[in-house]
Design a protein around this ligand. Structure first.
Ligand SMILES: [Zn+2]
Length: 482
């Protein structure tokens, strides 16, 4: 391996290892690894993170029997770059999947590729358009299946026929959880029994629109008699920043209904695996790609800002007998830490260069140095970037298309956790140092991209998928972006 630039090593705490010593002791049995990503799931809407409604009994149970990370950060506020970061352990400026129309460069090794190369059987199931293999996130999976009813993702003729017979509709209207549970059950009955497995499950329904099926549609707001529902959340003019609080509360109750619906689906999936003995010696990781905003800073949805409501994600790790039960970790961790942690759990001796680090020591109660999280977003023809430490977030907005530059912002998170009052004095030494750290992190992410010698290549987007992405508001020409 060529020598890494010291800058990258020091600034990102890059994991460039390993060749752990072989001491001749018998190898412990390698665990199965289950990674569940629940799209658009805010941690503060889960019981185990202090929410008042019973949205998440199964996730809460995993947290009670495992480890909950209080402060886990995505790399961005939308699906594609966040999942690329989860799968590669790289920041967006390194993996490059930071805008539409790109494909993960095959040189970037994904978690599935790494585990497959170690003899794991790898299977992935997804419910939303950006997990489609055309973007490269299916690389390394022995089995990789779409559970959408609207977009064909698997290439066998039989699957394409089945897709074409499915009711058509926009993916935001799609209800994919039950099908995802079915597909996982079908796979689990036929997976190779002699190898450990890596299972990735992407649960989509928490993503807007907020149309949970009965009884979840009335579960948290049964008495509502107004006219607002969760359909067409993004396009609906009545859903705006100054809407009646009672109506917005109803939208939130529908979002919560989707969470409970999805938590029950997760329970079904886990029960099915347990019944087949497939959860023995298994690390289960539950997280999300990003959160969701409900006008905390004036907007709805996600992919607009880098405030905590869209970049904080839940993270729970469950591995009975190895990780303690009921531990809570206050240290800030990141989606880029998932790949190094999963590979450490697998016992992999050789691990790729990443921006993340193994956080299993934190889960076990050990101490690691604090880390910062680099956050990036391409929106409105601008590139927003932020750096978050446990105490401080600094945001650089970049130049707008009309040449105007929005002022940099800084928030002291301890006293202002909702980021409502930007610090007036952004030229202090502490804040200046944080902006310097942001520059260094970005420079390091780019240096790592060059080091790895790969950039995202243009995705060869299937016309049908492109139509679907445009229809759902995901794929827009830059001028159309909101
Ligand atoms: Zn998403």
């Amino acid at each position: 391996m060529a020598t890494m630039p010291r800058l990258v090593l020091s600034a990102l705490g890059a994991t460039v290892l390993a060749l752990a010593s072989a001491c001749g002791e018998p190898e412990p049995a390698r665990p199965n690894i289950v990674l569940v990503s629940i799209d658009s799931l805010r941690p503060d809407h889960l019981g185990c993170y202090g929410y008042g409604r019973a949205t998440s009994p199964r996730i809460d149970q995993l947290a009670a029997e495992g480890v909950r990370f209080e402060s886990a950060l995505s790399t961005s506020s939308w699906t594609l770059p966040a999942h690329a970061a989860m799968f590669t352990g790289l920041y967006d400026s390194t993996h490059g999947l930071s805008d539409n129309g790109l494909r993960l460069a095959p040189e970037h090794r994904t978690l599935a590729e790494e585990l497959k190369s170690q003899g794991y059987h790898t299977a992935g199931f997804f419910g939303g358009p950006y997990l489609h293999p055309t973007f490269g996130l299916g690389d390394g999976f022995d089995v990789y299946r779409s559970c959408m009813t609207t977009v064909a993702a698997n290439l066998s003729e039989e699957d394409l026929r089945r897709e074409s017979r499915s009711p058509t509709g926009r993916s935001h209207d799609d209800i994919t959880g039950p099908r995802t549970a079915e597909e996982v059950a079908t796979w689990s009955a036929s997976r190779p029994p002699d190898r450990p497995y890596f299972l990735f499950v992407h649960l989509w329904d928490v993503h807007y629109d907020f149309i949970p099926p009965a009884p979840y549609d009335r579960m948290f707001d049964p008495d509502y008699s107004g006219s607002i529902d969760g359909r067409n959340f993004m396009g609906r003019p009545e859903v705006h920043a100054r809407m009646e609080k009672r109506d917005l509360d109803h939208v939130l109750a529908l979002y919560d209904g989707e969470i409970r619906f999805t938590d029950d689906i997760l329970g079904q999936i886990l029960d099915g695996l347990r019944a087949k003995g497939m959860l023995d010696n298994t690390l289960v990781i539950v997280t999300a790609d990003h959160g969701e905003e409900f006008f905390e800073h004036g907007s709805k949805g996600h992919q607009k800002t880098l405030f905590d409501e869209v970049v904080k994600v839940p993270l729970v790790m469950h591995w009975p007998g190895v990780l303690p039960a009921g531990r809570t970790v206050a240290d800030q961790v990141r989606l880029v830490d998932i790949l190094p942690s999963a590979l450490a759990a697998s016992g992999a001796r050789k691990r790729p260069t990443t921006a993340g680090r193994d956080i299993l020591p934190l889960a076990r109660g050990e101490t690691l140095a604090p880390t910062s999280a680099l956050l990036e977003l391409h929106a409105d023809k601008r590139e927003f970037r932020a750096l978050r430490t446990r105490e401080l977030k600094v945001i650089r907005y970049g130049r707008r298309p009309d040449g105007r530059e929005l002022p940099n912002q800084a928030y002291a998170l301890a006293g202002d956790p909702r980021e409502l009052t930007p610090l007036q004095e952004t030229s202090t030494e502490r804040i200046g140092a944080a902006f310097g750290q942001l520059d260094t992190a970005l420079e390091s992410a780019r240096a790592l991209r060059n080091y790895l010698g790969a950039r995202a290549t243009s995705a060869d987007i299937d016309p049908e998928l492109e139509r679907k992405l445009r229809e759902t508001g995901y794929l827009m020409d830059s001028s159309e972006k909101r």
